[in-house]
Design a protein around this ligand. Structure first.
Ligand code: ZN
Length: 693
């Protein structure tokens, strides 16, 4: 399972590192920094380097999995790209270049997200003519069958077809099933296999690492392993894994690599399970990796796994931050605005695992995940647990890249607020996430006898709201400054502003006009923001009335409306300026008070299992969309013309050696252009023949 980045973040001016690279079609290329690599020991750097080589060696496997002509088409396009002698500024060539860049990005001829085949913006005649300039040795295969695959929209229109009622296997271009294999045949084949399982309590991941083909009318699996299908690529991966094993950080890590190598050699899925168990249980090392057939989103039947690779190491700074919070977990619990009855007597925080990606490979490149939760086998997860991590440097890169794209200028009310967000936005975002994950989810308790599932369908929204509110309440606490986690008493305001703006307005860019909010995290943000907005208005009205009556509610009025303020305005409101809607925060301290009030209420609902209370809160504040405001937000967002999809260019590891060939240091560089990286990968990591039948 993986988490994808969806947030349209508002951030500020970028520093010298260039997070944004080129843009084409619907894609924005980004770069990420391998923060902390210099601080690793030489042995660890070497381990990361070997694992990153192993992560790049499976690239061809994914290309072939995504479609049986992809490797040949890539070679054809790259040969034209490098050898073309005509006018590179011509419309045809420009369209050709965009097409190639999209094919590179998608690891094939279908859109990485939508799965539909790209329609070239250049003519078939142009490509025919351009091919004539290519050095013939570069194209050692018949190119004629490739033309309809590229140009005819009816040939292989979808990589992974999910349309109900069609034969999903026959109509998907993905190469997980051989020609002529039908969906019914494939389903029947694996059903029989499952029925014959001698150990149904511990089922292997049936069909995960093979192509199902028909030979002489009989179905059989071509397993991906050394000596089998994709064997030449797998042998190269094994080569680097063996080198990694020699510099492993501990014995357990070496044993994990050993199991993975054994699995790659045999293709045996029992060995794969043993490998994932060993991998889950190895938590001592700082360096870690993903390498292999992993996620099954690309198979229309959801069984066969695409190849991916990732080398990473634990983010020590982020880990230190979360350790600080965890060490003080009881203090946060004791001082929260929640009713005493619902508090935990013994509160232990969780240390969140934040990792730094060092290289992205296979199905994680260039489009990638920002969080990973593996393995996928249900029984292994139940009996041995899983590793759940967020990839900090990729999240950071998304945030930094969003600076200066006009988003903030469009949606943040004024220059002062923007400055606040520029200065503290990133740090407070991270901190809010830490508070949410390390303390929020773990805080509070159910009253005796309350069923943990009593909130049913509203459970996850309420749970996310609880964790978010815990974070919102405490991000403003002086305790954080005391712990050295926030720089000063102002910083939290950046988080309050962006949270309210997102919950009331900008998260709506992800909702189609006319739809309600469905996703639990989005519902929770809308719930919190709308509840607080309404309460702020009510408080202002109440205070104004009581003032006119001549006896003010001293405590409330002082919290919400500092003495001397002549007009009673709500703590937060939506205002109009030049025909546009903005969030305006008039009183941050009062806003914190309201977050605390809602936290107490949400904890009460959770602790007492108050289903009706949960239903009312979610349905009233978290689901509905104001159609007029939604329309306005969509129009303003579209006018920014931001690329809907993003992906990363990898860093390059430069290995320095002494005269005996021993590695003396490894440096990271970040300046390889996108096309050069793709061409280099196709040259240096060409691990498969052009045809893999
Ligand atoms: Zn959560």
């Amino acid at each position: 399972m993986m988490t994808m980045a969806l947030t349209a973040t508002t951030q500020a001016q970028t520093n010298e590192f260039k997070y944004n690279d080129e843009r084409f079609a619907d894609l924005q290329m980004l770069r990420y920094r391998v923060e902390g690599f210099e601080q690793l020991s030489l042995r660890q750097k070497t381990l990361v380097y070997y694992l990153s080589e192993a992560a790049l060696c499976g690239r061809d496997i994914l290309w072939d999995q995504n479609g049986r002509y992809n490797l040949r088409i890539r070679q054809l396009l790259e040969a034209v790209y490098t050898d073309y002698k005509g006018n590179r500024k011509s419309q045809d060539f420009q369209a050709f270049e965009t097409y190639l860049k999209r094919v590179w990005f998608s690891n094939g001829i279908h859109h990485h997200y939508g799965c539909e085949k790209f329609q070239p913006g250049f003519s078939e005649a142009f490509l025919h003519k351009a091919v004539k300039e290519v050095e013939p040795a570069k194209l050692p295969f018949d190119i004629e069958p490739l033309f309809p695959v590229i140009f005819d929209p009816t040939v292989m229109p979808k990589r992974t077809n999910q349309a109900d009622g069609e034969d999903l296997v026959l109509t998907s271009a993905a190469n997980y099933y051989g020609p002529g294999v039908t969906q019914a045949e494939a389903e029947d084949f694996y059903l029989r296999m499952k029925e014959a399982d001698p150990d149904p309590q511990h089922p292997i991941m049936f069909g995960m690492n093979s192509r199902l083909v028909k030979e002489d009318g009989l179905l059989k699996e071509k397993v991906w392993h050394s000596g089998g299908l994709y064997g030449s690529a797998i042998d190269r991966i094994i080569y680097w894994l063996q080198k990694a094993k020699a510099v492993a950080e501990n014995d357990k890590q070496a044993a994990v690599l050993d199991k993975l190598i054994e699995y790659y050699r045999t293709g045996d899925l029992k060995t794969f399970d043993a490998y994932t168990i060993a991998w889950v249980e190895e938590t001592e090392g700082q360096v870690d990796f993903t390498n292999g057939f992993t996620e099954s989103y690309g198979d229309p039947l959801g069984m066969k796994a695409s190849w991916e690779g990732l080398a990473n190491f634990k983010d020590m700074a982020a880990t230190a931050r979360t350790e600080k919070l965890s060490a003080n977990a009881q203090w946060f619990e004791d001082n929260s605005p929640v009713d005493q009855r619902f508090k935990k007597e013994n509160c232990r925080g969780i240390t969140a695992k934040v990792i730094v990606a060092a290289i992205l490979g296979g199905d994680l490149y260039p489009s990638t995940a920002i969080g990973i939760n593996l393995p996928n086998s249900n029984w292994v997860r139940a009996e041995h647990g899983s590793k759940s991590v967020t990839i900090g440097n990729l999240t950071d890169a998304y945030n930094k890249a969003a600076r200066g794209n006009g988003f903030q200028e469009e949606f943040v009310i004024d220059e002062d607020t923007r400055r606040l967000i520029n200065q503290y936005g990133d740090a407070c975002d991270d901190l809010h996430t830490d508070l949410h994950e390390c303390l929020g989810h773990g805080s509070g308790k159910l009253l005796p006898g309350v069923d943990a599932d009593s909130l049913k369908a509203y459970g996850s929204t309420i749970e996310e709201a609880r964790a978010d509110l815990f974070g919102l309440y405490y991000v403003a606490d002086p305790k954080l400054t005391e712990l050295g986690l926030t720089p000063n008493a102002e910083a939290y305001k950046s988080q309050y502003y962006t949270y309210m703006m997102n919950g009331l307005m900008t998260q709506l860019v992800r909702i189609e006009p006319g739809n309600n909010i469905e996703e639990a995290h989005m519902r929770n943000r809308a719930l919190i923001a709308h509840w607080v907005l309404e309460k702020a208005r009510e408080e202002a009205q109440r205070a104004e009335q009581s003032q006119y009556r001549g006896h003010t509610d001293a405590e409330h009025t002082q919290t919400f409306f500092p003495v001397g303020q002549d007009k009673l305005v709500p703590a937060v409101e939506l205002v109009q300026r030049d025909g546009k809607t903005y969030v305006q925060i008039n009183n941050y301290a009062a806003l914190r008070h309201l977050f605390g009030e809602l936290l107490a209420e949400v904890q009460r609902i959770k602790s007492t299992g108050d289903f009706e209370g949960a239903r009312q809160l979610v349905e009233r504040y978290g689901v509905q969309v104001d159609a007029t405001l939604h329309q306005e937000v969509l129009v303003r967002y579209r006018a920014l013309n931001l690329a809907p999809y993003k992906g990363f260019i990898n860093p390059v590891y430069v290995v320095e050696r002494d005269t005996k060939g021993e590695i003396t240091d490894i440096r990271v560089t970040y300046d390889e252009p996108y096309d050069q990286q793709m061409l280099r990968y196709s040259r240096d990591y060409r691990t498969l023949p052009y045809v893999n039948d």
